[in-house]
Design a binder for this molecule. Structure first.
Ligand code: SF4
Ligand code: SF4
Length: 426
């Protein structure tokens, strides 16, 4: 079966059709949807997308591929669900329709599974090799000469242009060597290394670990594989389930009820949503529910900070999967507001920045428009520091600030809080 078939909604568990039938076409979500605001096109709004999904489920599509643009341009940000009186789960419905209508080549699915499940060491080697080439300027050269585009690797060319940081070691490699992070009965928490933190932003992981040590004492590294979000969004439910089982098993092996912290909001939200993967599998569903109940986004930590020590005006970009995926709004603000010399909200703080995982690479023009708007709001607020909690947001906002507002900087929530941590040497 290509899709889940059933979804968890605010009104309880529903079939895909019953979930989409909850949309009354009222339009309350229109002004919350970033792609609708940028394009003005009904097909690129939540209401339009829900109608496409409904028509598909009713068998009214003669050519389902005509829905491709509307479905593939959805950011899966969830702003529509937050704004919707019926809390229609549009991102889940869009993903279900993508799995049924769009599909993915079998070779790509096998390769993804091989790299994420069977040989994650190969993935780490491939990323390291790519970063080494980038440091030597070769990847940039291939992108600049148009070689990657000529080879049909447009998304790779875009990715190369976006990722600026190229660490020589992964975070996991460093943490495995740290004896103080080994599992044990005295570990008060576990740390889940998200792929973005692991490969691109090890510094974010180190900041998160300092906060966790300061607030909760000793903890352990989970030494986890990918959470499965990449496979899930790519349409490969089986690989997503396989990774979910591996992560749940690893947590169970610890025989500890301690919380599991993740510092990419997209991963934290996905780990919390594991039960939805197993709605038809009672045994794994129960295990997934026990695991998901222990997962925390790092922004939920109540960190003690020295007041007013973050310089300049600070603002917060709500990463979609923190705000809309987990309903976290006050939590990320508490420590940042207390630590900032001055704090101001930016307009549309919970609009997607256009990063959205691979979206920025697949839809560069639309992504750029969303980014331009986001940076415009940060600039209008007069912010010198923008805090975010999604690793995809960090990549996207760093690029946008460099281009449209070089006076500003972006930092992960953990880095900002770590900079101001009380009882630490900063
Ligand atoms: S998704 Fe919700 S807010 Fe949007 S049109 Fe449907 S019912 Fe209304
Ligand atoms: S998930 Fe985001 S982009 Fe997709 S329809 Fe909802 S608000 Fe629009």
């Amino acid at each position: 079966m290509k899709s889940l078939g059933r979804l968890r909604t605010a009104l309880g568990e529903r079939s895909d059709y019953d979930a989409v039938a909850q949309c009354s076409r009222c339009g309350y979500c229109e002004q919350a949807c970033p792609t609708y605001k940028a394009t003005g096109r009904e097909a690129q709004s939540a209401r339009g997308r829900n109608q496409i999904v409904r028509q598909f489920l009713e068998g009214k599509f003669e050519d389902p591929s005509s829905a491709e643009e509307a479905l593939s341009t959805c950011l899966l940000c969830g702003a529509c669900t937050t704004a919707c009186p019926a809390r229609v789960p549009t991102p889940d419905l869009v993903l279900e329709a993508r799995r049924e209508i769009l599909g993915q080549p079998e070779w790509a699915r096998r390769l993804l599974r091989h790299l994420l499940v069977v040989r994650p060491d190969l993935l780490a080697k491939a990323v390291r090799a790519g970063f080494a080439l980038k440091r030597m300027g070769l990847a940039g050269l291939a992108a600049k000469t148009g070689l990657l585009r000529l080879l049909g690797l447009r998304a790779l060319a875009e990715a190369d242009a976006h990722v600026k940081e190229t660490p020589e070691r992964t975070l996991a490699e460093a943490l495995r060597e740290d004896a103080s992070l080994r599992a044990g009965p005295d570990a008060a928490w576990s740390y889940f290394a998200a792929c973005g933190t692991n490969f691109v932003f090890p510094r974010v992981g180190l900041a998160s670990l300092r906060i966790l040590h300061r607030v909760h004492g000793r903890g352990a590294f989970l030494d986890n594989p990918c959470c499965g979000l990449l496979a899930f969004n790519y349409g490969d439910l089986e690989t997503a389930r396989e990774l979910a089982r591996l992560n749940i098993q690893r947590w169970e092996d610890r025989r500890s009820d301690a919380p599991v912290f993740a510092d990419c909001s997209s991963c934290a939200a996905f780990l919390k949503s594991y039960p939805q993967l197993f709605l038809r599998d009672p045994a794994w569903r129960e295990r997934a529910e026990a695991f998901a109940a222990r997962v925390k986004d790092i922004v939920e930590v109540e960190a003690p900070v020295r007041p007013g020590v973050l310089p300049g005006l600070v603002t917060l970009h709500d990463s979609c999967r923190a705000r809309h995926g987990q309903g976290l709004f006050k939590e990320p603000r508490a420590a940042v507001k207390a630590a900032a010399a001055a704090f101001a909200e930016m307009e549309c703080s919970d609009d997607c920045c256009g990063g959205a995982g691979l979206f920025a690479f697949k839809h560069p023009e639309l992504s750029e428009e969303l980014l331009r708007r986001k940076i415009g709001h940060a600039k209008a607020a007069g912010a010198r520091t923008v805090c975010a909690s999604g690793t995809s947001c960090l990549i996207q906002l760093a690029r946008g600030l460099e281009k449209y507002y070089p006076e500003g900087r972006v930092v992960h929530w953990s880095e900002a809080v770590c900079e101001a941590l009380d009882g630490s040497d900063g």
